[in-house]
Design a protein around this ligand. Structure first.
Ligand SMILES: CC(C)(COP(=O)(O)OP(=O)(O)OC[C@H]1O[C@@H](n2cnc3c(N)ncnc32)[C@H](O)[C@@H]1OP(=O)(O)O)[C@@H](O)C(=O)NCCC(=O)NCCSC(=O)C[C@H](O)C(=O)O
Ligand SMILES: [Mg+2]
Length: 294
């Protein structure tokens, strides 16, 4: 699914069994919500959570926020029922956990199609196992229905026998491989969660690192993380103003038959204009979402 400018600065997980959190999410300024049936839900609560999540997605009330259902893997006792129920719920996307091959994605897609999933329901993939990371390019190109890769840095840290560190050196290879795969296939990509809820500065630093690496936004676990992610992953007023300047100056240069122009002392070529357009489009999409127009 080709990506249009869709804000995904803040993407908040909530346990599918937590009806209160799903109600509260209607008033939170998160760009997208992941209603989780997988790791945040205890085995005994899986069936009830499936019902709560699908009912909530069907009844709506979440405004322009993107709604994603994370199902259990098809190899688990709950995966098939989750996927069949989610296919009929009309979510914006279904998020598959622990994906390790393109074949797994296509099997999930076939089941979704057989159970009437809307053409607009995308597939998103969690990238969180060593095998999955090594297959990132194949997964990213597995089907046109794929819209987004989501880093699962908690599972990955566990599987790598690594440590959670602020600088995330143990994660950088995996983050980079998935970023390459996502951009090569024109997909969105979201950074993993920051677990230390009491460490606001550490969280902000982790968001800035994700932004610099190229992520579209961050997955979150608590409402207190939403505002920081929105601020850091959103374009600043100065970036928007400069982007508009670049677009205008380059259009004038182009009309005069020139391929380059200098704006604020910096060389501008077509590639900078592409980036400037992306920033302006994203700013407009954020404004539409925040004003309730999206
Ligand atoms: C971490 C929490 C268990 C903390 O919950 P709680 O003790 O209820 O927090 P607060 O009392 O501070 O909550 C204040 C109010 O905010 C609401 N709330 C809390 N969390 C959320 C949320 N995630 N979404 C929406 N609303 C939320 C509470 O209901 C309170 O509301 P009110 O009653 O009006 O005051 C909890 O935050 C939580 O469960 N977080 C999500 C955990 C989760 O989903 N984990 C799984 C995803 S992470 C993952 O799996 C990553 C990946 O797979 C990997 O491998 O890396
Ligand atoms: Mg995980």
């Amino acid at each position: 699914m080709r990506q249009t400018a869709r804000p995904r600065r803040s993407v908040l997980y909530m346990p599918g069994s937590n009806a209160r959190a799903q109600e509260k999410a209607k008033s939170l300024p998160a760009d997208a919500l992941i209603l989780d049936l997988e790791d945040a839900v205890a085995p005994d609560a899986k069936a009830e959570a499936r019902g709560i999540v699908c009912d909530n997605v069907r009844s709506g009330g979440y405004g322009g926020r993107e709604l994603i259902i994370r199902v259990n893997g098809l190899e688990t006792p709950w995966g098939r029922d989750d996927l069949v129920a989610a296919a009929g719920a009309g979510a914006d996307a279904i998020l598959l956990p622990k994906v390790e091959s393109g074949q797994q994605v296509r099997a999930a897609e076939a089941l979704m199609d057989a159970h009437g999933a809307a053409a607009t329901t995308a597939i998103w993939c969690m990238m969180e196992t060593p095998r999955g990371i090594l297959q990132a390019a194949e997964i990213a190109g597995s089907t046109p229905r794929l819209g987004c890769l989501v880093m699962g840095t908690s599972d990955l840290t566990k599987d790598l026998h690594a440590r959670h560190t602020q600088a995330r050196l143990p994660m950088l290879t995996s983050l980079g491989l998935c970023l390459l795969a996502a951009r090569a296939h024109d997909l969105a990509i979201l950074d993993g969660v920051y677990l230390d809820l009491a460490n606001g500065e550490g969280f902000a630093e982790s968001c800035r690192q994700g932004l610099e690496l190229g992520f579209d936004g961050k997955t979150l676990i608590h409402p207190s993380q939403v505002a920081g992610a929105n601020e850091i992953f959103g374009p600043t007023a100065a970036e928007i103003a400069e982007s508009k300047e670049i677009i205008t100056a380059f259009a004038a240069a182009d009309a005069a038959g020139k391929a380059v122009v200098v704006v604020n002392g910096r060389l501008v070529e077509n590639l900078h204009v592409e980036n400037a357009r992306r920033i302006v489009e994203m700013a407009a999409a954020i404004e539409a979402l925040e004003s309730g127009a999206a």
